[in-house]
Design a protein around this ligand. Structure first.
Ligand code: NAP
Length: 294
């Protein structure tokens, strides 16, 4: 199954490497050409001239770009190269309606679209340990099992197109709560003068242990916030969740609070840092001793 990938950022680069390891990667394309050329040289694969040329040489096209408008832009750009039966698998996190629009564009060109957002972070992408929550035709998902297996450890068919993104919204609300809890608790531990390496080890081994604490705890207490998962992208996801919640007539406290905190951090210039940069704001609470400011 010849597979191409569009978008070689924190997630896409690792996904491309794992597709190449399984002999499935036929071509790559990235908006910033130098990124594609460097990776393609290492993986010994072709850099397509544009998304349509990539689609022309592939049975499966995986897209992993930033936002809703970016997904629609690359889908429109690849459509001239789409052959009947080509499957487009979008792993970006976007709104349900955007996934449905993308599916319509691909179907009109004779292809099939799956919305397949992922969880597992940059580390999961690099290790081929992603979890896929997929919306779209069951049989197509089954047929693409080797592609999903190359990049991940779990693939779950959630229902029609859009249901993958709806599931991802659940994941992103939970991730916001975990970020709030971990950054706040570790800022407290640091202010209390504890040995934070020991705190992270012992707390991580107990019932409060979690992926985020394990992967980002040590770096955040050291003041290092390299992405990872960019804070501005999680803000984008929570804005999607807020819209979905508004349609249900609900505003959830964790979503509202985290959006507000992220907006302050983005204004202060930290949007391109990892979401663990929320620790900056929590740490500040203890230096200023003013809990009302958050
Ligand atoms: P990233 O590191 O910022 O990379 C974004 C990629 O999208 C880059 O390759 C970028 O190209 C490309 N891109 C953006 N806009 C584009 C456009 N208009 N046309 C063509 N290419 C475009 O982001 P990421 O962390 O890999 O995230 C990608 C997606 O996965 C996002 O939707 C994110 O929410 C989701 N996600 C991320 C994580 C995570 O932990 N990082 C986990 C799960 C899901 P350039 O190189 O030219 O900028």
């Amino acid at each position: 199954m010849k597979t191409g990938i569009i978008g070689l950022g924190a997630m896409g680069a690792g996904m491309a490497r794992n597709l190449a390891r399984q002999g499935l990667l036929a071509a790559v394309w990235n908006r910033t050409a130098a990124t594609a050329e460097q990776l393609a040289t290492r993986l010994d694969v072709t850099v397509a001239a544009d998304p349509a040329s990539l689609a022309l040489r592939c049975d499966v096209v995986v897209t992993c770009v930033s936002r809703d408008a970016d997904v629609l832009e690359v889908i429109r750009a690849l459509i001239p190269g789409l052959r009947p039966g080509t499957v487009v698998v979008d792993c970006s996190t976007i709104a349900v309606e955007t996934a449905q629009s993308a599916a319509g564009l691909v179907a009109d060109a004779g292809g099939t679209f799956l919305d397949a957002p992922v969880s597992g972070g940059r580390e999961g992408a690099e290790a081929g340990q992603l979890v896929f929550m997929v919306g779209g035709d069951h049989e197509v998902i089954d047929r693409l099992q080797p592609v999903f297996d190359a990049m991940g450890k779990q693939v779950t068919a959630m229902g029609p197109v859009g249901s993958g993104q709806a599931t991802k919204a659940v994941n992103q609300i939970m991730a916001a709560g975990i970020n709030q809890a971990v950054t706040e608790a570790l800022a407290f531990g640091q202010a209390a003068g504890l040995d934070m390496a020991k705190v992270i080890e012992v707390v991580g081994g107990g019932a409060a242990g979690n992926w985020f604490l394990q992967k980002r705890g040590a770096s955040m207490v050291d003041g290092v916030f390299e992405p990872g998962f960019k804070l501005a992208l999680h803000h984008k996801d929570l804005s999607i969740c807020k819209q979905m919640l508004a349609e249900l007539g609900v505003a959830l406290p964790i979503v509202e609070m985290t959006l507000k905190h992220y907006e302050r951090l983005i204004e202060a210039g930290y949007g391109e840092e990892d979401i663990s940069a929320l620790f900056r704001a929590k740490r500040e609470l203890f230096t200023r001793g003013n809990i009302k400011s958050l």
